[in-house]
Design a protein around this ligand. Structure first.
Ligand SMILES: NC(=O)c1ccc[n+]([C@@H]2O[C@H](COP(=O)([O-])OP(=O)(O)OC[C@H]3O[C@@H](n4cnc5c(N)ncnc54)[C@H](OP(=O)(O)O)[C@@H]3O)[C@@H](O)[C@H]2O)c1
Length: 296
């Protein structure tokens, strides 16, 4: 049976598109915005989400709470939800962490939630925010993961990866290494081509050698103006995952370093509606003009 009331923490770009889709299917979306930025509050209003005055109210009224924040906030948010659940005395509650985190972070979230009555589902989202309901997939894992299939009645595409917590996190973090790695490699080389006066020529040759690659990665490069810091956090999670399993990641730290340099340009401005601005060429030019990769 479809969920009637879903809590979303928080209404960022991805949260906005979830909220709009769910609301469009008759689901009441709740959120809690204390301590959040003005743009997140405005996005919550624009998405039709009802802001409640406390986390205790959010967990009391929602059948499911979904955490869609930034990787570095995922544990903190879960710990606060666990505290609110104990306060509210809520039973049979579902909590989905949909952030791109390491398997170790997923297990820590499970530990945070275990004193409460939460049924924790580990999850991740593959596909851009604007593709929610149009091809993006929510992968889930854990003993209660199949309960999330009810979201399909509200327009989301959900796939159960398996019965173990951390399967979905592991899957996403390895996937994220490819997308962020491609973004980083292309940004670096295309900034170099711009400097050498060969941008159009190299783009044509890339397209000849790897048809569709730049076109496919382009929109996520435009998204870097705003999301580089969060994506750098994902590469930190990937690096730590490899270390935890006795492997040395070489590419992930390099992607992380470049993403941090992009984040330090402060080149993006979040929109009230979760829409992205710009294309790959405008974004590369902006990065170039702001001195990305230029030796001092
Ligand atoms: N965007 C995509 O296309 C995409 C695709 C796949 C997966 N994802 C996943 O979706 C998640 C969110 O990404 P996004 O692009 O939506 O990021 P975003 O636009 O930066 O939004 C993040 C949201 O989390 C809020 N937040 C930050 N710290 C918080 C905290 N401690 N407690 C509560 N809320 C907090 C932010 O509020 P403030 O405004 O107050 O900072 C903002 O509303 C990430 O884990 C990412 O891996 C996103």
């Amino acid at each position: 049976m479809a969920f009637q009331r879903v809590g979303i923490l928080s209404i960022g770009e991805m949260g906005y598109h979830w909220a709009r889709l769910l609301a469009g299917h008759g689901v009441e979306v709740l959120t809690y915005t204390k301590g959040r930025s003005d743009v997140t509050r405005r996005r919550a209003d624009n998405a039709g989400a009802r802001s409640v005055p406390s986390l205790a109210r959010l967990v009391s009224e929602s059948e499911l709470v979904v955490s869609i924040v930034v990787p570095s906030a995922a544990k903190r948010v879960a710990a606060k939800v666990a505290k609110a659940l104990l306060k509210a005395g809520r039973r049979d509650f579902l909590y989905l962490d949909a952030n791109a985190t390491s398997p170790m972070t997923a297990r820590e979230i499970e530990r945070h939630l275990s004193p409460s009555s939460a049924n924790f589902v580990d999850g991740c989202i593959i596909g851009g925010a604007a593709k929610i309901g149009k091809g993006a997939v929510v992968y889930v894992s854990g003993p209660q993961a199949a309960r999330l299939l009810a979201l399909e009645e509200s327009g989301l595409s959900v796939k159960v990866l398996g019965p173990e917590i951390a399967q979905a996190s592991a899957f996403k973090i390895v996937y994220a290494g490819l997308t962020k790695g491609l973004q980083g490699l292309l940004v670096e080389l295309l900034v170099g081509a711009r400097k050498l006066g060969l941008l159009d020529e190299i783009l044509q040759q890339y397209d000849k050698s790897f048809p569709g690659l730049v076109e496919k990665v382009g929109p996520s490069i435009a998204g870097l103006a705003l999301h580089a810091a969060r994506r750098a956090e994902e590469m930190d999670e990937l690096k730590r995952t490899f270390r935890h399993y006795g492997l040395t990641a070489v590419m992930a730290p390099a992607s992380e370093k470049l993403l941090k340099k992009i984040a330090s340009l402060n080149a993006g401005e979040a929109s009230d509606t979760g829409e992205r601005k710009g294309d790959i060429l405008e974004t590369l030019e902006l990065f170039f003009q702001r001195g990305l990769l230029q030796e001092k």
